[in-house]
Every structure is written in structure tokens, then in C-alpha cells.
Design a protein around this ligand. Structure first.
Ligand code: NOJ
Length: 619
């Protein structure tokens, strides 16, 4: 079986092979005859409980091909393909078979036969730091090794596309690699037994998704991934997006430690101080890391002993939770598993019950470490067993009314439509890599690559830019821009509260008011790795927010505000000055109030490594 994709009259994906290799006495699924075709049309939108857009277009034409193998044992399979205006998606469905009900897959043979001269943007797969690498732009023909999705490309005939997957459950996640024949192929993350999935029938693969656009900025509008996921499984009325501060950055700059000791961060006293600070700052949540037993010594090595129901000696979870409740601050709990899944799963139910019993409805989980330890074996985070583990936590958390922010996660495939308690993920280099390992271009790649897979906890809002322990390669205005350019259902204001309160009250106001749930998003301008400007309308008010960032190069952007609603807006603008610079002059910032409406145009300067943020308040 082969497929190909055209956008208008442009060939985007040349004839590409489909199929599997299965482990059994009749290994390959080959030579099928389509015995029946079933066509369907769907029109209309789906509605997301939270996110960058409330409504997502779900208009498509679908064909399901029912296929039967020509030879014995005459196995059957369905190939289902959906064609949207801006995407193509397909999946394989394997019904129960008369002679067997279980299946082990050795390989998936799906190809994405792009022109080898396409320009592609990639991060490597199967590396110790999972998805946390800098994006690189190369020609497809020079691709070495496997790469993660979303995998974004520009074909020589001018089509932008991103290959990804939707609704990844109970299956290895898809990476891509170039075959000797120069054809890009699915490379499903293997298990330690060298297979890719052990399945019970009926089964269907995740959707293989190709997002398509005529420009880089148009690509960033693509939310088809969510439309390919199922509606919420249950009642998620209790789920609310959240902004939070944390006992966190103080550890990164060396003021405090995760481990108990003289400089222990997560003490009862510090937690109460931070709760009071959250109240003063008008922020709803507080993350507390380093609260539990297990952080002593080398926490990466010792993670196998982590206990998730036992507090450090100088931290009283129950008392802190009571205090937070009184002050109406949501605690964001923390489970750093270090990838020791057996240890974590043994405690899972009890650990979630413990938080739930203490009124804790938000949890950041972490999976540091290059591999997971599952059933005593070293497995990739992104293998079928890893995927199943993450899913277990999402479903258990839903039962206990807990929302998750997963660090070192499985990539987003839109399952938060079905499980809206999965509010955010990390899954790319975040600001913890500042201090040398990321450059200003990094955040300018994300909207066109990683963020096509959903929101990200980038840990924005670090204002202590010139700290010697962690020098941040941005201007101050850009730290505000991130709250608009990088969406997250759980959005962290990552710096220490005293930094905000001492010198930056006016800048912090933007962080306080910027929403974590939007009605709609309008990407305005950008190029991959160079710059990105986006406008978003609040879900709960008539206010609009605009954010823009640039790479190492300064640039001016002209913004036509015709997307605004009728009426007048009082706009607060935070912009770089003509002297701002991410290295030499990070704090130079203009703050200005202007009256604007939809007939106005703005001319905005972004300094090297800079950016801007605008709050348009409807008057
Ligand atoms: C890596 C996470 O990304 C970070 O946010 C966390 O603080 C550390 N692991 C420790 O859990």
C-alpha cells in the first residue's frame, strides 16, 4: 500500500509505503486487497476546555479502506485516512482476528517520502536528555540518526509541513529516520526486547499526522492534532488552568537546595513565606520542590529511594497545606521520580491520595534520567511502556481531581482534549538551560516545532537576568513576551518573589494579568528560528494580549491591529529600547500606555535577544 499527498497541485509527500512487520509465524502484513471503502464527511468545530483556541476546526473527508490479506491466514486491517484543509492524518486499525487476539509488532513501515532537498528542523532522538536539545536546520538528505516529531520541513516547492502523531496510547512513540533509499521512515521507539509494541486486539495506531501550510506562521495555527483526539472522558468541570510561583529558581541560582540542610528550600517556614508572597503578587499557586524524603546526596543516583508520602524533617506538608487553604493558594505538589517507575508505581495510589487528602489539586511530575526503570528493565521514556506509565498517572490523577504538569514527559499528541487535567508538559529545553546552553534563537524555533504538540512549561518570567550563577540571554521585555508566545495551561512565574516585589512591580503586573486560557490565537508574523509574533484573546474577558520575540538579530515589526474587536482599548506596552541587548543591556525597557483600536498600526522594535508584550484592555 502506498499513499501520497498533494497541496493544491504541489506534490508534498511522494508515494510512501505503509504497513507493519509483525512477530509471528507469518511475519509481514503484505499484499492486501481493499474489499470495501467507507466514506464519511465531517463538518464543524470541536471545543476545547482550555488552551490557545476554544474552537478547533474538525472538517474533513474520510475514507476507511477495509483490507484483507490475499493469502492465508487472510488477516484483515482497516486503513483510515482523513483529509483536512490543512492536514492529512491516517491510522491503521487491526480488528480481532479469527486465529489470534494478540500481536507483537516488530516494526511499523510507514514512510513520509519528502523531497531529500527539503529544509528540515530537528532535534535528535534516543539521547540522554530526551527532547531537551537545540533545534538544528539542515537539508533532509543530510539527516543522520533518528529525530523526534513534530518534525518540521519546507519542501523545495514551497510547502511548510510538520510530521507528528495524534492520540498516542499504548504504543511506542514515533521518531523518524532517513533510510538508505533517502526516504524518511517511521522509527517507533523500541522496547528493551527489541519489539515496538505488544498489543491486544482490537487495536489502532496513533494517527500519523502531516500538518500543511503555505508559510511558517500559518503552520503555527494548526490544531488538527486536538481534533483527532476523543472528547473528554468524564466530567472535568473541576479543572482550572493555573499560574504559579515556586520554591524552585532559588535552587538553580544556588541560594537554596532541594536536599535538607542549612540552605534547604522547602521548609515549612519558606513555604509559608512564599504562600504570603503569592497572595501579595496575586498569583494563585505555589510549587514546592524538594519537600519529600529522597533528595539527599546525589538525587539522580538516589532517586530509586524517593518517598512520595514522607516529608523532609523540616517540612510539614499538612501544616503547609492548611495554611495554603486558609490563604486560598493552590499548592503544586512535586514528584521527582528520576525515571524509577517501579518505585513510583508502587507508591502511586497512596501518593496521589496523600495530596488529594491535603487538598492539593496540582502536581508537577519529573522523570529526570536518561532511561526509565520499568519492571526491572531499562526502557526509553518514549517506548510503549513509558507511554503507558504516563497515561496511568494522567488517569489516576483525573480520578483524584489532580491536574498535571509533566516534566521530562512523553511528547504531546493532543490527549489533553480527552484528559483536560493534563495541563502542561515540559518536553524541550526550558529556561533551566539558560546560563549558556540556549541562545535567543531557541525560543524562536519552538512555536514552529515543539509547540505544535501543545503547551509547554517553559518556566518564564525570570527577571534576575544578570545573576552570575545563571545568566539569562534575554532582555527584560522578552521575559514578559514568553507568557504570550509560549502557551501553558500551567504557567509558572519562575523567579523568586522578592525579585518581583523589590524592583519590578510594574513589569510583574503583566504576569499577573496575562491569562492562561485563551478564546482564540492569531499568529501574526514570524520565520522559523528568527522571530514570532502572536496575539491571543482572553477566554474570560474582552482583553487581547500580544507577544513577540526575536533571535540574536534585532528587527522591527509592523502590526496591523485589525484583528481586534470593535471598540477602544487601553494598551500597556512593554518593549525593548533602542539600547536594549540580551548581553549588555538586558534591563532597558520602555513602558508606555496608549489608546488603540482596530484601525491602528504599531511599529515595534525588538532588540537582539529581545521581545515585547502588550496588554490591550477593552475600555
Ligand atoms: C528537571 C525539571 O525540568 C526541573 O523543573 C526540576 O526542578 C528538576 N528536574 C528536579 O526535579
Amino acid at each position: 500500500m502506498y499513499y501520497s499527498v498533494y497541496k493544491g497541485d504541489k506534490e508534498v509527500v511522494k508515494p510512501s509505503r505503509l504497513g507493519f512487520v509483525i512477530c509471528s509465524h507469518k511475519p509481514s502484513f503484505s499484499s492486501f486487497t481493499p474489499v470495501k471503502e467507507f466514506k464519511k464527511k465531517n463538518k464543524g468545530d470541536i471545543e476545547l476546555k482550555w488552551g490557545e483556541d476554544r474552537l478547533v476546526d474538525n472538517t474533513y473527508n474520510e475514507t476507511a479502506f477495509y483490507l484483507v490479506e490475499n493469502k492465508e491466514p487472510k488477516r484483515s486491517m482497516t486503513f483510515r485516512i482523513r483529509v483536512f484543509d490543512n492536514a492529512v492524518a491516517f491510522r491503521y486499525e487491526i480488528p480481532p482476528q479469527p486465529s489470534f487476539s494478540q500481536l507483537t509488532l516488530k516494526e511499523e513501515l510507514t514512510e513520509f517520502n519528502l523531497d531529500p532537498e527539503s529544509t528540515v528542523w530537528k532535534i535528535p532522538a534516543y539521547q540522554p536528555d530526551r527532547y531537551e536539545y537545540n533545534y538544528e536546520r539542515i537539508l533532509l538528505e543530510n539527516l543522520k540518526g533518528s529525530v523526534h516529531t513534530p518534525f518540521t520541513a519546507l519542501t523545495p516547492n514551497g510547502v511548510y509541513l510538520s510530521i507528528h502523531e495524534a492520540a498516542l496510547y499504548n504504543y511506542g512513540s514515533m521518531t523518524l529516520k532517513l533510510g538508505k533509499d533517502e526516504v524518511l521512515k517511521a522509527d517507533i521507539t523500541p522496547l528493551s526486547d527489541h519489539t515496538v509494541a505488544h498489543l491486544r486486539l482490537p487495536f489502532h495506531t496513533p494517527w500519523r499526522l502531516i500538518m500543511l501550510a503555505d508559510s511558517a506562521i500559518e503552520l503555527t495555527k494548526n490544531r488538527t492534532m486536538f481534533a483527532l483526539n476523543d472528547p473528554p472522558k468524564g466530567d472535568f468541570k473541576w479543572v482550572e488552568t493555573l499560574k504559579f510561583i515556586g520554591i524552585w529558581w532559588a535552587m538553580y541560582v544556588g541560594e537554596w537546595t532541594w536536599a535538607p540542610g542549612e540552605r534547604h528550600g522547602a521548609t515549612t517556614e519558606h513555604a509559608k513565606e512564599y504562600i504570603d508572597a503569592a497572595v501579595r503578587l496575586g498569583i494563585s499557586g505555589l510549587l514546592i520542590e524538594g519537600w519529600n524524603d529522597g533528595w539527599e546526596g546525589d538525587w539522580l543516583e538516589n532517586g530509586i529511594f524517593n518517598k512520595f508520602t514522607v516529608s523532609a524533617p523540616d517540612f510539614d506538608l499538612e501544616e503547609v497545606a492548611r495554611y495554603a487553604k486558609r490563604k486560598r493558594v493552590e499548592i503544586v505538589g512535586h514528584h521527582e521520580t528520576v525515571g524509577f517507575i517501579d518505585n513510583y508505581e508502587r507508591q502511586l495510589e497512596e501518593a496521589y491520595n496523600y495530596y488529594a487528602a491535603n487538598g492539593i489539586h496540582y502536581l508537577k511530575t519529573g522523570y529526570s534520567g536518561s532511561m526509565m526503570l520499568i519492571k526491572g528493565r531499562r526502557e526509553y521514556h518514549h517506548s510503549q511502556l513509558g507511554v503507558k506509565h504516563y497515561q496511568k498517572t494522567v488517569e489516576l490523577a483525573a480520578k483524584k481531581h489532580i491536574c498535571l504538569d509533566i516534566h521530562e514527559p512523553i511528547k504531546g499528541t493532543g490527549i489533553e482534549r480527552t484528559w483536560p487535567n493534563l495541563l502542561s508538559r515540559e518536553g524541550a529545553r526550558g529556561q533551566e538551560y539558560e546560563g549558556g546552553a540556549i541562545s535567543p534563537s531557541h525560543a524562536c524555533y519552538l512555536p514552529y516545532t515543539r509547540l505544535l504538540s501543545g503547551g509547554m512549561d517553559y518556566t518564564s518570567g525570570i527577571f534576575d537576568l544578570a545573576n552570575e550563577a545563571k545568566h539569562i540571554a534575554t532582555t527584560l521585555a522578552r521575559q514578559l513576551a514568553y507568557f504570550v508566545t509560549i502557551y501553558s495551561g500551567m504557567q509558572m512565574a519562575a523567579d523568586r518573589p522578592y525579585i518581583y516585589e523589590d524592583k519590578f512591580k510594574e513589569e510583574f503586573e503583566f504576569i499577573k494579568v496575562v491569562p492562561t486560557n485563551f478564546e482564540k490565537t492569531i499568529p501574526l508574523a514570524g520565520e522559523i528560528g528568527e522571530y514570532y509574533v502572536v496575539a491571543r484573546k482572553d477566554r474570560d474577558s474582552n482583553d487581547w494580549f500580544i507577544g513577540g520575540i526575536t533571535n540574536e538579530n534585532s528587527r522591527s515589526v509592523k502590526l496591523n491591529l485589525d484583528f481586534l474587536d470593535d471598540g477602544r482599548y487601553k494598551a500597556k506596552l512593554y518593549t525593548d529600547t533602542d539600547k536594549s541587548h540580551y548581553k549588555e543591556n538586558q534591563f532597558a525597557i520602555n513602558k508606555e500606555v496608549r489608546n488603540l483600536n482596530k484601525n491602528d498600526n504599531l511599529d515595534i522594535y525588538m532588540a537582539p535577544g529581545g521581545g515585547f508584550a502588550i496588554w490591550l484592555k477593552k475600555t
